[in-house]
Write a protein that binds this ligand. Structure first.
Ligand code: HEM
Length: 129
């Protein structure tokens, strides 16, 4: 699961950066919000959570962490697609994608908050501070 988070995040980061370069070449910045959220929700958030799971392995063990990882990945893909669709496509058709994407991203963050609160005091010896 941690490996999947790492791999997905760097792939989404590459796509987000390529989108940034394409925007620059075309001098058309209509997709800037989609680019920003692809990089932040797609690269930064999953990569940071994967780093946390590597630093605190017991945090990755529960089912909550697995649902968090799935929500982070699904939301990171759905949300920027919805933002792009609303910005340059069919506004009404893509609005449900933005709304569902944003709630899935939020769900992932809430679950990650829960995991961090449960495990951030853990040490390698298993003691909690
Ligand atoms: C190859 C790397 C990147 C390129 C070429 C690039 C390019 C761009 C461009 C052309 C814009 C639009 C600027 C404008 O509206 O005048 C932009 C906006 C932005 N980028 Fe990037 N970017 C890159 C990487 C990143 C990364 C890694 C992040 C975040 C982790 C990021 C976050 C943002 C944000 C927050 C905005 C503002 C969006 C907005 O105004 O709606 N970018 N970027």
């Amino acid at each position: 699961m941690t490996g999947l988070l790492f791999r997905t995040s760097v792939l989404l980061g590459v796509i987000g950066m390529v989108l940034g370069i394409v925007m620059g070449i075309r001098q058309d910045f209509a997709l800037a919000p989609a680019h920003a959220h692809l990089n932040l929700a797609g690269f930064v958030v999953p990569f940071l959570s994967a780093l946390y799971y590597r630093a605190v392995p017991e945090a990755a063990e529960g089912v909550v962490a697995k649902i968090q990882a799935a929500a982070a990945i699904v939301g990171a893909i759905l949300f920027p697609i919805g933002i792009a669709g609303v910005a340059v496509g069919d506004h009404d058709r893509f609005m449900p994608v933005v709304v569902s994407g944003s709630f899935i991203v939020l769900l992932g963050m809430l679950l990650f908050t829960f995991v961090v609160f449960q495990t951030s005091g853990a040490t390698k010896q298993g003691a909690h501070k």
